[in-house]
Design a protein around this ligand. Structure first.
Ligand code: SAM
Ligand code: SF4
Length: 329
């Protein structure tokens, strides 16, 4: 699959549910209206869709959400998708999770063929954690991280950089993660969906964070790539890798290799644009995949050049109305 800007699409992210057991302040409002359950694709249908993408050249699948591990029987989907990795058609199946359910699932995920997980953790301070996630419990997540490492999963910690909230804690968190052999990635807040608050109060440009970190450590740019949008440095003093995801201060759209599928079968061609294609109707319309493949090709031919995120005092409305939990982060 090659889009109009000559980018080859090899990476599919799938939001298996828009529901979540947390309500992170930058991601959701406290009272969220979720998609009606009747609209959801079954796990079998999600498998069929993902498998069609694999046949079309996708090499990497990431299951995300919402919180993917709150979807009932989601392990079945991991196991099914693992068959593509076993036969060499897919490089990997990965997961992005808030970690709350990992103590229960880590071993089974490894057995299903998952080898790498991204765990979101913005702070190690229990009170701050509660303030950011509204409903989350820090000890559950820390237990989940332990369980993941014990199960043999390679863990990367993702933190959204939040002005005045975790800003000053990030160096200590990076040192902690590197001390445990975990990569660390920091993310700029993106204007996706209405939240109960003003994003300008949360937004911390990572150029500022990087300058601060460079006063303390030596940051060597490295060519490491995971297929995602992060640019990596190695910190000489800790020996660990640190990734920066900077959709606002440094747009990375020119190398975008991704599309995103929602749990209702809508394919979004860009996280920050409205362009989408319904794949549920063609999927359900016939017993073979011809209609579906045609709809996928038509969609890829419409992939936009990039997003136009802005966070400032004058721009009050989000770039798109969808929350990250719908499109899949
Ligand atoms: N619930 C899982 C989790 O939190 O890891 C997976 C879904 S979550 C939407 C995926 C990632 O998106 C998380 O790392 C989260 O911090 C990040 N995220 C959510 N809303 C965001 C926003 N508005 N800007 C930047 N990152 C955001
Ligand atoms: Fe849930 Fe992840 Fe969004 Fe937090 S960032 S509310 S854990 S989907």
């Amino acid at each position: 699959m090659i889009d109009p800007f000559e980018r080859t699409i090899t990476y599919l992210r799938v939001s298996v549910t828009d529901r979540c057991d947390f309500r992170c302040v930058y991601c959701m409002a406290e009272n969220m209206t979720f998609l009606p359950k009747a609209e959801l694709l079954t796990l079998e249908e999600l498998d069929q869709l993902c498998s069609a993408f694999v046949r079309r050249g996708v090499r990497k699948l990431r299951l995300t959400g919402g919180e993917p591990l709150v979807r009932r029987n989601v392990l079945w989907l991991f196991r099914r998708l693992g068959r593509h990795v076993e036969r060499g058609a897919l490089d990997e199946v990965t997961l992005t999770t808030n970690g709350s359910q990992l103590s229960r699932f880590a071993g089974d995920l490894y057995a299903a063929g998952v080898r790498r997980v991204n765990i979101s953790l913005d702070t190690r301070d229990p009170e701050k954690f509660h303030k950011i996630t509204r409903w989350g419990k820090l000890d559950k997540v820390l237990g989940g991280i332990d369980a993941a490492q014990e199960a043999g999963l390679k863990v990367k910690i993702n933190a959204v950089a939040l002005k005045g909230t975790n800003e000053h804690e990030l160096p200590e968190m990076i040192a902690w993660a590197h001390g445990r052999g975990m990569d660390f990635t920091v993310i700029e807040t993106m204007p996706l969906g209405d939240i109960d608050g003003d994003r300008t109060d949360q937004y911390l440009p990572l150029s500022l964070l990087r300058a601060k970190l460079a006063e303390r450590w030596t940051l060597d740019d490295i060519d490491y790539k995971t297929g995602g949008p992060a640019r990596y440095v190695r910190i000489r003093e800790t020996g660990g890798r640190l990734g920066f995801i900077t959709p606002l201060t440094h747009n990375f759209c020119e190398s975008c290799n991704r599309v995103r599928l929602t749990c209702t079968g809508t394919l979004y061609l860009c996280l920050g644009q409205e362009d989408a294609a319904d794949l549920r109707a063609p999927l359900r319309a016939s017993d073979n995949d011809d209609l579906l493949m045609a709809a996928m090709d038509e969609a890829i031919a419409r992939k936009p050049k990039g997003h136009d995120f802005v966070i400032d005092r004058r721009t009050k409305s989000p770039a798109v109305a969808r929350h990250m939990s719908v499109t899949g982060g």
